[in-house]
Design a protein around this ligand. Sequence first.
Ligand code: GUN
Ligand code: ZN
Length: 435
Amino acid sequence: NTPQLHAVRGEILHFIANPASAGESALEHFADGVLVLRDGHVAELGPAPELLARLPAELPLTDYRGKLILPGFVDTHIHYAQTDIIASHGEQLLAWLEKYTFPAEARFADPAHARNVASFFCDELLRNGTTTALAFATVHAASVDALFEAALERRMRMISGKVLMDRHCPDFLRDTATGGYAESKALIERWHGRDRLQYAVTPRFAATSSPEQMTLAGRLYAEHPGIYLQSHVAENQGEVAWVAGLYPEARSYLDVYDRYGQLGMRSVYAHCIWLDDTDRRRMAETGAAISFCPTSNLFLGSGLFDLGRANELGLRVGLGTDVGAGTSFSMLQTLNEAYKVLQLKGQKLPAASAFHLATLGGAHSLYLDDRVGNFLPGKEADFVVLDPQATPLLARRMACAQTLDERLFVLMMLGDDRAVAATHVMGEARWQRPG
Ligand code: GUN
Ligand code: ZN
């Protein structure tokens, strides 16, 4: 087979390190750059004049001049089955789960419904420039099949798993400790490592799993090297108090997961608002990651995540939309609200750190930074093409922006799905904005 070569030209930006530690050298920027792709992977990246002078003249070239090309966004926490309850009014976490979430997830007993939502969900991610996601399915094994099938069709990098939930939930959404274990194992065998799909053991949160189920979830995670584990921790103060009553032997909410062997590399915990430094240090030393979900935390009135402290202690942190408690699929809008959360904490989120968080930082939190997150040679060629003139206000504000930093900040504050001109997965355009 002859290798498929293809080039893309435009303003190109990516991170080769974390700007918080590496400063300006973390970011590579080409005002007029070319990204050369071979068989869906990055072959090379450089300034257009130099590359175009030596690349074969017949090389197919997609011209995105006037647009900004970034690595595809990495959403480290989202619920595909909650697509239809985004923007549901009035409740904090526990009442919101009862009133909106559980009824919505019950509908996934019907595989046709699951396929319909999965297909919309994957397209919506792509419309927003997201090419990698760690997503909750529902308690139904077929809901995982539906999501993986939709992601596979689009060649997206998707990590997901069947929700484990054997108590404190409606009967129609309840599995059993041993049944959940067996179904998860079968799904792992069917899906984990197929194309770009990976499996995550998914205990919803400690409150809805019995100690027996927590033990078996820890066992699944230990038995399958390379597997993920995703859950929620310390999101809402009522939830924290509830879990303390259910697991009185644990030192903290996080310690519940620790006691059941659920902290480690490729374990990802959404929210992490009400942690102390003992918890944070334990996450850092086990290699567990945090998904920071600002739109969700504000929408449910859960609290303000302390990103500064997580960074000081060297934790892995990614960004999550947490749809349907989160209010947007857009990682740009999610960065907008992350900035505001940190304002309320007296902290700053520079634009470079923000875009790092949405790309390479997220990939690093998922131990995927050797595959995605930037444009180093050999990486999978997932990228988003942003239009800095997408709306009249963006165009007007951009015209006054002096520096790259300022332009990036304007994009994350004013940008959303309208700013996504195209999204490429493994080099191929999977979304193109009409017009
Ligand atoms: N905690 C347990 N389940 C959920 C959920 O579906 N969404 C959020 N935001 N928190 C949770
Ligand atoms: Zn969630």
